[in-house]
Design a protein around this ligand. Structure first.
Ligand SMILES: Cc1ncc(COP(=O)(O)O)c(C=O)c1O
Length: 394
């Protein structure tokens, strides 16, 4: 570890966790190996007995993965971290690792589509009941807790309507009920929000998004106390194997070095876009967590250090107008991804949230005219000009 806690978070993003080899390389090394060799049979035995802390097999330990885990843990202020193949593997492990048949989970309704599938469809198949609540209504969290509730799960800001949920308040309710709180921090990014410091027990990321930030690799990260990781995550990851490839870990590690610069620029662009579009005559509603007219502006100010790299807005004229708008864009590309160097636009009702019933979408405010914009790294004026020109065509 070459970045002690005295350094500021951005400095730790560049230096923390590096395991420099005997060659003294400047950049981190990609250890593309499946397994490890031992000096002799006794050394192998000691490694397997846990008497020697070295690596055994890359399904559950590799120096490049270890560097990424240590760097993320140092940035997030977590005792421990584990990497997974995708963000969904991280979410699934963090939840499944805590429950058994007969247990109960409470989650906010406004979740990324696959996360909602895990909670609503997948956990009940294995005898784990789940209740979905309006995450912004604290009384619903309180009333949903049962004696067998093991964990609460939420994302904030939410996908795609950018609702902000009070992490500290929900953590207090979870702890009172004897449960833990898991927070999906993808939309906020580790730069702008630290759920562990606000009382959450575990944070999960799709590293696929801002941590890579250039649309190359999938990945997931789970951060928590050493006790949480050992009890709920490590064994499940080791024995079931949804592990990250060392190559992806290396790409993501290098992504962390530029994370703060990229996310700051993307946040500035998103804020610029929100100002340029908010009063546009073809837009009926615009949601941006950095704005004072955001429905939970006070909570956002309290728990987030910055705005968001995403803006959601509703185009008058429903699906037809939203499609005309997307098809008229020249620079901003249509994609369900986010956090990329390229600015992207998504129509959640027909893509990421298509699986939900029209009633469930209506309940979440996902109207047919709603689009989600993810700011990239282009010049902000080019992005704004492209969006305004496409609105003319909508
Ligand atoms: C909020 C959120 N959580 C989790 C995921 C899942 O991540 P991945 O695609 O890396 O599995 C995504 C996006 O895909 C997401 O937007």
């Amino acid at each position: 570890m070459h970045a002690p806690a005295k350094y500021r978070p951005e400095t730790r993003l560049v230096h923390a966790g590096q395991l420099r080899s005997q060659f003294g390389e400047t950049s981190e090394t990609l250890y593309l190996t499946q397994s490890y060799v031992y000096e002799n049979a006794a050394a192998a035995e000691a490694r397997f007995k846990g008497e020697d802390p070295g690596f055994i097999y890359s399904r559950y330990g590799n120096p490049t993965l270890a560097m990424l885990e240590a760097r993320m843990a140092a940035f997030e202020g977590a005792e421990a971290a584990r990497t997974t193949a995708t963000g969904m593997a991280a979410v699934t492990l963090a939840l499944m690792g805590q429950v058994k048949a007969g247990d109960h989970v409470v989650a906010a309704k406004a979740l990324f589509g696959s996360c909602r599938y895990v909670v609503e469809d997948f956990l009940p198949r294995y005898g784990v009941a789940s209740t979905l609540v309006d995450g912004t209504d604290l009384s619903q969290w309180r009333n949903a807790a049962r004696p067998n509730t093991r964990t609460f799960f939420l994302e904030t800001p939410t996908n795609p309507t950018l609702e902000v949920i009070d992490i500290a308040a929900v953590a207090a309710i979870a702890h009172q009920a004897g449960a833990t709180l898991v927070v999906d921090n993808v939309f906020s990014t580790p730069l702008w929000q630290s759920p562990l410091a606000l009382g959450a027990d575990c944070v999960v990321y799709s590293a696929t998004k801002h941590i890579d930030g250039q649309g190359r690799c999938l990945g997931g990260i789970i951060l928590a106390s050493e006790a949480f990781i050992q009890k709920h995550v490590h064994t499940l990851l080791r024995q079931t194997g949804p592990s990250m490839s060392p190559f992806n870990a290396w790409v993501l590690l290098k992504g962390l070095e530029t994370l703060s610069v990229r996310v700051r620029r993307q946040t500035d662009t998103a804020a610029t876009v929100s100002v340029a579009l908010v009063e546009h005559q073809k837009i009926s509603r615009l949601i941006y967590p950095g704005r004072p007219d955001h429905p939970q502006a006070e909570i956002a100010r309290k728990q987030m250090r910055g705005g968001s790299t995403l803006v959601a807005f509703e185009i008058k004229g429903g699906k037809e107008a939203a499609f005309r708008f997307q098809d008229a864009l020249k620079l901003v590309r249509i994609s369900n991804n986010l956090g990329d160097a390229k600015s992207l636009i998504t129509h959640p009702a027909t893509t990421t949230h298509q699986r939900l019933t029209p009633e469930a979408r209506a309940e979440l405010g996902i109207t047919d005219g709603l689009v989600r914009f993810s700011a990239g790294l282009e010049h902000p004026d080019d992005v704004v000009e492209d969006l305004l020109a496409a609105l003319d065509a909508a």
